[in-house]
Design a protein around this ligand. Structure first.
Ligand code: HEC
Ligand code: HEC
Ligand code: HEC
Ligand code: HEC
Ligand code: HEC
Length: 459
């Protein structure tokens, strides 16, 4: 595909030249200027015929280009996933789930800093699209939004490579992966964590959780099991989470709750050297991994525990791991993933200790759990709290739900800020999916130091 891309772009230059010829030759000659007194000039001669206009189209509309890539793209969850349909019409969800909404937030550089609305007495998250744009499946035109503008090679330009002000942090932190012309920022714009917001009282309603407080005041009780309504911060629920896009935060080494501890915070070389595309669009494809499938694993529906195969072609290029190629048994792969799985299991154990015998974290061994196999007990990053229609079998009582079935369940334990921080960090490290491959050093520090912070708080 790389060769193809090169030949495509040089052909594009030729096409640009052809366009100029077409523009000047296919029209009739100009009509003379109408002066105050003069009559219209004579009609010019017909120009010589230009080249067939479809030549232009063929640069893309060829078996080896659009047709081939469209076939690869069929294997991408961007294409077959259902969230574009499920979230259609929702102005706060579609900026990452729908075609037009993504282009809207890119074009308008939609801000992420929360604002206070004095009338409703609530905080508002401005990262939304216009209602008319809350639609569209993710397609070629989502990432290449200039397609069919000039009909030249530049139409393939990426929709955005600009730095990404993190919505989770209300814009207080910015992901900027500059390598490769910033092309990872395209992915980061959507694959980023979402904000945790507070509940009342009035002036605090829907306000962004102050993550600095979560870090600096580990012993403050956020949720008191005996007095749930004293909680001014985040209300425990089944989906008390940072959403599913932790990857870019972890990759950039920012956004989690960085408790001090025995491992210092630093980043693996990937953060500044590799791009998302290097590993996720590897060339050549193997099976359903690489290219425009965006997969690394060539067995998406096979559990991690079975004989899952991988496309390592992106890893083993010159300048990266060519000298000592990565395979499924390399220490850099297997050793890293085993270590991080162990650390995830250890942090889960520590978080769950507050349940005195029953886990706080929700587990699900079914293949519909995206993170099945990432931890030994198959956690998915949710809390095992009752949720009508979402987690009916939930073990713990939802502290803010008065339905009869909910009230039969045991009360959810109290949570200090350090426990909230540890849960956030667990979600970050679980939901980056790669068991540390994205940024081993950051994940190792978060997991190790979170356990130490819980120990220091006597938990
Ligand atoms: C820079 C690359 C490029 C060029 C040049 C190009 N196209 Fe396309 N075109 C695409 C892509 C990508 C798609 C989407 C394919 C898909 O969804 O599988 C597309 C889709 C289409 C479609 C399907 C309808 C749609 O909008 O999805 C038509 C019709 C089409 N192109 C016509 C043309 C014609 C006619 C020309 C020349 C005048 C042309 N294209 C030039 C890239 C290009
Ligand atoms: C417009 C937002 C958007 C952009 C840009 C985007 N993604 Fe995605 N991506 C998504 C969404 C949404 C899903 C899940 C779709 C679904 O489940 O319906 C997804 C799914 C994926 C998956 C599959 C996840 C799984 O659970 O199997 C991978 C891998 C992925 N994206 C990688 C990338 C990479 C690499 C880039 C940059 C080249 C990128 N994405 C750019 C929104 C985006
Ligand atoms: C900042 C971008 C962003 C926003 C805003 C966002 N999502 Fe997502 N969401 C993603 C990405 C990226 C994925 C895919 C993550 C992956 O599979 O790695 C995803 C995945 C999902 C999934 C699929 C989970 C699964 O199990 O397959 C659902 C459902 C979902 N989002 C619902 C929502 C809803 C509902 C909203 C609004 C309340 C929303 N999202 C807002 C980025 C976002
Ligand atoms: C999620 C974002 C995303 C989507 C969706 C997407 N592309 Fe791309 N595409 C990219 C990125 C990123 C690159 C640049 C790859 C690189 O530089 O390593 C690219 C590169 C290309 C290229 C240049 C040749 C190559 O393969 O590097 C073509 C042609 C192309 N895309 C066509 C398509 C077509 C056709 C579709 C729809 C079937 C599509 N793209 C959908 C992100 C996307
Ligand atoms: C060094 C290689 C590498 C780089 C660079 C990389 N990833 Fe990954 N990524 C992986 C591996 C390995 C997995 C685990 C895949 C699996 O289990 O199927 C993964 C998983 C994912 C997933 C979960 C979906 C899936 O396929 O299961 C998403 C989404 C994702 N990465 C997005 C990104 C984004 C966005 C970037 C850039 C900010 C990026 N990745 C950079 C290697 C990489």
């Amino acid at each position: 595909m790389k060769n193809l891309q090169r030949s495509f772009f040089s052909a594009g230059l030729m096409i640009a030249a052809v366009c100029l010829i077409l523009a000047s030759c296919t029209k009739e000659g100009p009509v003379g200027a109408t002066g105050a007194t003069g009559a219209a000039g004579p009609t010019g001669k017909d120009g010589t015929n230009g080249k067939d206009a479809t030549e232009n189209c063929k640069q893309c509309h060829a078996k080896a280009v659009v047709d081939a890539i469209a076939t690869e793209f069929e294997m991408s969850k961007h294409n077959w996933g259902t969230t574009a349909f499920e979230e259609a019409g929702n102005t706060s969800c579609t900026p990452c789930h729908a075609q037009k909404a993504f282009i809207y937030v890119c074009t308008n550089n939609t801000p992420t800093a929360f604002t206070y609305n004095a009338t409703t007495k609530k905080w508002e998250n401005p990262y939304v699209t216009a209602a008319s744009d809350a639609i569209g499946e993710i397609s070629c035109f989502t990432c290449h939004s200039s397609l069919h503008t000039t009909y030249g090679a530049t139409d393939l330009a990426l929709t955005s490579v600009a730095p990404v002000a993190m919505t989770m942090w209300g814009g207080a932190k910015t992901i900027n992966l500059t390598q490769g012309g910033g092309k990872s920022n395209l992915c980061a714009k959507c694959h980023q964590p979402r904000p945790l917001t507070c509940s009342g009282p009035a002036a605090n309603d829907s306000r962004l959780l102050n993550y600095d407080s979560v870090k600096n005041f580990p012993n403050v009780v956020m949720f008191d099991s005996a007095a749930p309504n004293n909680n001014k911060w985040v209300r425990p629920s089944y989906r008390m989470h940072i959403h599913y896009g932790a990857v870019s935060g972890v990759y950039a080494g920012m956004g989690a709750i960085e408790y001090p501890g025995s491992v210092s915070y630093s980043n693996s070389p990937h953060t500044t050297v590799a791009t998302c595309q290097d590993c996720h669009m590897a060339d050549p494809m193997t099976g359903v991994a690489g290219g425009h499938s965006f997969n690394v694993r060539n067995a998406k529906e096979t559990p991690l525990s079975s004989s899952t195969t991988w496309n390592f072609n992106g890893c083993n290029v010159t300048g990266c791991h060519a000298a000592s190629p990565i395979d499924a048994n390399s220490a850099k792969w297997k050793g890293t993933r085993t270590e991080i799985k162990g650390l995830l299991d250890a942090l889960a154990l520590k978080i769950n200790a507050a349940g005195s015998g029953h886990d706080l974290l929700h587990a699900d061994a079914a293949a519909t759990n995206l993170w099945a196999g990432v931890t030994t007990k198959n956690y998915d990053g949710y809390m095992d709290i009752y949720g009508a229609g979402t987690n009916d079998a939930g073990y713990w009582r939802d502290p803010y739900n008065t339905s009869a079935i909910n009230l039969t369940k045991p009360k959810f334990p109290s949570l200090k800020f350090v426990q909230m921080g540890a849960i956030i960090n667990f979600q970050f490290c679980l939901r980056e999916y790669s068991l540390g491959i994205h940024n081993t050093q950051y994940v190792r520090a978060l997991l190790t130091n979170s356990v130490e912070a819980l120990n220091a708080a006597g938990l």
